[in-house]
Design a protein around this ligand. Sequence first.
Ligand code: COA
Length: 260
Amino acid sequence: MSYETLLFDVRESIAFITVNRPDKLNALNDQVVNELADAAERVATEDEIKGALLTGAGQKAFVAGADIGDLAKQGPFDGKARALRGQAMLRRFETCGKPVVAAVNGYALGGGCELAMACHVRIASETAKFGQPEVKLGIAPGYGGTQRLPRLVGKGNALHLILTGELIDAREAHRIGLVTRVVPPGELLASAEQTLRGILSMGPLAVRLALEAVDQGPEMTLDEGLLLEANHFGLLAATEDMKEGLTAFLEKRAPRFRGK
Ligand code: COA
């Protein structure tokens, strides 16, 4: 698929994905959602891609939400279908098995906040703003906001944001745990890439299984989650990467992981 609303560039194992509708603050219309779904599939399935970095074009917005023009035309059944398509796209990024980092460069509202939350690591520019303002439009979040936001920031903070529609700045997003780092705007992309390259220098099988356990664990009982973790721990003991990582430590050298 060739993209009209995304920039997609693979450089040294990282897929750099930029939502590219700056005149509409990178709002997610149906075409963007379809193209992001294709991009997520590529990240999940192409061997040369080891991780992805998502951002928005321009200085002002990461993604300012679902495209309100599209929403204005929908009836109940296509509204539901649109929510399911957006949710599936985000879930594909979340479960792609490779680290995905959001570099939040401006407004991350509604579907934009939801896109960032489906990424594994969120780094924000000092100028970023976050919110789930759907209630102001007479709708509720439809791309996972009611589910991922409470999991990330707790029910109280999530309900405050979802019910009031208030926007918060990057500092407040950091305080409540919605992002893990806030950097000056000029350092955002370099910081996000550096974080991602750091993750890519770790054992890729260990990273993959850690992503899976953190994704699945909260949906299980504590005992089930602990068993999943122990199973992963045992599985990793059968890998060349574990031998390499432990041997490299003992030999006081950098490990050379091969994902085997
Ligand atoms: N859907 C469609 N178009 C959007 C959009 C969205 N979610 N967010 C912004 N745009 C468009 C605007 O309509 C405008 O287009 P135009 O120049 O053709 O009129 C353009 O992007 C620039 O936005 P504008 O509102 O002029 O910028 P601003 O700096 O005054 O305000 C925001 C920025 C983010 C506060 C404001 O655009 C906004 O509230 N957007 C909607 C946010 C939202 O409710 N998202 C959740 C949707 S479910």
